[in-house]
Design a protein around this ligand. Structure first.
Ligand code: ADP
Length: 797
């Protein structure tokens, strides 16, 4: 029988199959079969790579088939349609040229074997086969279809069913051959069931994997789709994402930044490019790039260092302040001679409202530098100065870099306000960070945590302001050149108001000079009765209030021009807020005017003492600090030691309690300079002699009654004058400080320098205490009443 060696294909009886044939020998065999109208033996080749097979290359069992159709394809191949007839065993190849001829023997009884073995086992195998094939069709709809299922459902022949399934299910060649080799129908079906079962399991697993892949795919596809949509929307809106990247690149290249900065920023742009649009990371990067590009890496304003121009500007902006102006001009003179000298830092110290900020502004104007202001009050986090790393949510650069950004040049005047109010806590010490900022050795490469690049601060002119130097961290203070500004006298305030504040307020309120006539008297009244301050801030505010009132009057056509005098001031500003010289000047027992110096200037500090029956306790109240309490105890001991001379019962401390109180108990007070005040109050309370109300005093007291010098005399004396005091008792060692005090203040007050408490008592008490008759032998005045001057005689105990 002509024979065809099949490669990778198995044909079963009763199956119609078509396949392509290419080998010459195979084509000849088919042609022979067709022409002689005989069957052809189809047998699979063991190894498909063999071109010219011999007996050993072929399996034993094959299928005798009929060629139904031949179709010649372009080239040498033909497509044949064959139908299997029955299984046959290959005995021998009798011819190999020009085509194979084999001697075969049928391996089944005839082409159709009866389904005799339809036992229960066969039935079970058939049902299982249906089920498996059904499942298989479901899982692999491409290779098998419902039609095929119908085909086997209609059959009850297990052998045929097995053959049918084997023909239509994709399996390995060896497995297919094993089905062909099995001649017993039921066993064959069982075999195919086993193979099918495996196949179904594999398919199920495949499908599982497929589904999971699909799920991932769909998520990714969804993202990609949405992103694409966003891109299109952006394009429509004219905010093309790609353009943004190129715009950043262009901006960076055009900005002519230092090389390190350019490289870093370009790197960040590349990073941004990789981020999906709208991600948190991308907005962080965008913010970073915006901030960095906004920084004036190389931009400077042309500085003008001219002492004469600066003098003009300072004089035009400020009344008085001669010494301060002189110091500022000296500072600028050095700058003019040595322009490269860097790292000079001015520190303007003084009470609020005395013009520190406005001096700094004038300096900036004089130097033609931009001005940026940083308020350091309450800053207690290092990150405030240096910024947060950009990875933090909502991170921003620190205040220094921010101020530079606002100024827009790298050589602005940076005004660091309230450097004395700098705090520090667990989150790091801002003073340390500030030290680096202010240090000319280090600040050329100042690194902000956010910017992450060194920024050159060496061209910045730093000016700081403070109310007091005492709370400025020492290392900071050492780097600064301190210029002190002091309180204004009423006369100075008058001039400032007339020449600067009023014109400023008029302009701000849209009033013409002719519309407001303010007499000097009115301004004086305003200063005395509506303000109580060292500077002129409240005064300026009150003038503003006055302008508003006048503006209202003019707009409502009450009058065309306002005449404000000392007498009608209340019509404009309401009732007076302060009534000077009312209670302060009355002579009272146990009530003494002390003078204190605070960060906001000098103030009058009253001390009250009262004596009550008791057991010698000293009670101190009024929110006093430790130093002040100690000076009260020292005063008490001194009085005990001098009781006889002071006319106090020697054992008063056994039967009486003394209570000293400083009113305005909510305000903390401390310092040794209230020593004389406390002593005087106690003596007055113990002796019952009133204290002169027009006298104020300041000075530290030792256990032996010596009076030691104090600080802040200038501020204190101004406070005394403001409060209607006529005489001020001061420590003798402070006498040189009187030189510093403004002439108007000095001539309005009488200063009595003292070096012992007895002199204080002689001048402050209404009458001198009389020594106790018993112990001191007769009523001898301790101090002669006529004295009341510096040179009181001091009796020694
Ligand atoms: P500080 O910074 O010391 O608290 P400011 O500089 O803010 O005080 O001054 C408060 C107001 O008083 C400003 O409007 C300022 O122009 C004005 N001022 C202070 N001193 C003078 C002065 N000597 N001449 C003119 N105006 C002054």
């Amino acid at each position: 029988m002509p024979t065809l060696a099949l490669r990778g294909l198995t044909i079963y009886p009763k199956m119609m199959v078509h396949f392509d044939v290419g080998r010459e020998a195979s084509i000849k065999a088919i042609e022979e079969a067709m022409s002689s109208n005989t069957s052809i033996f189809l047998v699979a080749q063991k190894d498909i790579r063999v071109e010219v097979p011999d007996r050993n290359h072929l399996f034993d069992i094959g299928t005798v088939s009929t060629v139904r159709q031949i179709l010649r394809l372009p080239g040498k191949t033909i497509r044949v349609m064959v139908e299997g007839e029955y299984r046959a065993r290959l005995h021998d190849l009798v011819q190999t040229e020009p085509y194979l001829v084999a001697q075969v023997e049928p391996a089944e009884h005839g082409p159709a074997y009866e389904g005799k073995s339809n036992s229960l086992r066969a039935e079970a195998a058939i049902r299982q086969a249906y089920e498996l094939f059904d499942r298989y069709c479901e899982l692999s709809p491409k290779s098998a279809s419902a039609e095929m299922l119908m085909n086997i459902m209609s059959s009850e022949d297990p052998g045929y069913i097995a053959d049918f399934i084997a023909q239509n299910v994709s399996m390995r060649v060896l497995d297919k051959q094993s089905i062909l080799d099995e001649l017993r129908p039921v066993q064959r079906l069982n075999k195919i069931n086993r193979l099918l079962h495996r196949e179904v399991e594999i398919l199920e697993m495949e499908q599982n994997i497929q589904r999971r892949v699909q799920e991932n795919m769909t998520q990714n596809q969804k993202d990609a789709f949405l992103r694409e949509q966003v891109r299109v929307i952006q394009e429509e809106l004219g905010e093309d994402g790609d353009n943004e990247i190129t715009a950043y690149r262009r901006q960076i290249m055009e900005a002519k930044l230092p090389e390190e900065v350019t490289n870093k920023l370009l790197k960040e742009v590349t990073h941004l490019e990789k981020q999906p649009f709208g991600s948190a990371e991308s907005s962080v990067l965008r913010n970073y790039l915006d901030v960095c590009l906004e920084l004036p890496w190389t931009k400077t304003s042309k500085e003008r260092v001219s002492v004469s121009a600066a003098r003009k500007i300072l004089d035009a902006d400020h009344y008085g302040l001669e010494k301060v102006k002189e110091r500022v001009l000296e500072f600028l003179a050095v700058k003019q001679l040595a322009p490269d000298l860097k790292g000079q830092i001015l520190c303007l110290v003084g009470p609020p409202g005395v013009g520190k900020t406005s001096i700094a502004m004038s300096v900036a104007r004089a130097l033609n530098r931009k001005l940026a202001r940083i308020s350091l009050g309450g800053v207690h986090d290092e990150a405030d100065i240096r910024g947060h790393r950009k990875t933090y949510v909502g991170a921003m650069p620190g205040r220094i870099i921010n101020a530079i950004r606002q100024a827009g040049t790298k050589n602005p005047l940076l005004l660091l306000d309230e450097i004395d109010k700098l705090g520090s806590d667990l989150r790091g010490d801002p003073a340390a960070a500030l030290l680096e900022v202010l240090d000319s050795e280090q600040n050329s490469t100042f690194r902000d945590h956010f910017v992450e690049l060194p920024f050159d601060l060496s061209d910045v002119l730093f000016v700081t302001t403070a109310n007091t130097t005492s709370t400025i961290p020492r290392p900071l203070l050492d780097r600064m050149e301190v210029i002190e500004l002091s309180s204004y006298t009423d006369e100075e305030k008058l001039q400032i108001a007339k020449q600067h504040l009023l014109p400023k307020q008029l302009k701000r309120h849209g009033l013409k000079k002719s519309q407001v006539k303010l007499t000097d008297d009115a301004i004086r009244e305003l200063i005395v009765s509506y303000t109580r301050e060292s500077g002129v801030r409240v005064l300026e505010r009150e003038l503003g209030a006055l302008c508003r009132k006048v503006a209202m009057g003019i707009v409502s056509e009450e009058y065309k021009q306002a005449h404000v005098t000392g007498d009608n001031l209340e019509q404009f500003l309401g009732p007076r807020k302060f009534h000077p010289e009312k209670n302060g000047l009355e002579n009272q027992v146990g009530l003494v005017n002390g003078l204190a110096w605070t960060a906001v200037g000098g103030t009058l500090l009253e001390a009250e003492a009262n004596v009550i029956p008791g057991s010698g306790k000293v009670e101190l109240t009024g929110n006093l600090g430790n130093v002040m309490k100690e000076s009260a105890r020292a005063a008490f001991t001194y009085i005990r030691s001098r009781a006889v001379q002071l006319g106090i019962e020697a054992n008063f401390y056994k039967e009486k309690d003394i209570h000293v109180h400083f009113p305005e108990g909510a305000v903390p007070k401390d310092g040794p300079s209230a020593g004389v005040t406390i002593t005087t109050a106690m003596v007055s309370a113990l002796t019952g002699i009133p204290v002169r109300g027009d006298v104020a005093m300041t000075g530290e007291v030792t256990l032996r009654g010596r009076v030691l010098p104090i600080g802040g005399l200038r501020e204190k004396s101004m406070a005394a004058l403001r409060n209607g005091i006529h005489t001020v008792i001061i420590p003798k060692d402070n006498e040189p400080d009187l030189e510093e005090i403004d002439q108007t203040v000095r001539s309005a007050l009488q200063f009595i320098p003292v070096d012992h408490v007895d002199q204080v008592l002689a001048n402050a008490l209404e009458r001198p205490p009389l020594a106790q008759p018993d112990q001191a032998g007769g009523q001898v005045p301790v101090v002669s009443p006529e004295t009341g001057s510096t040179h009181a005689t001091i009796p020694q105990a």
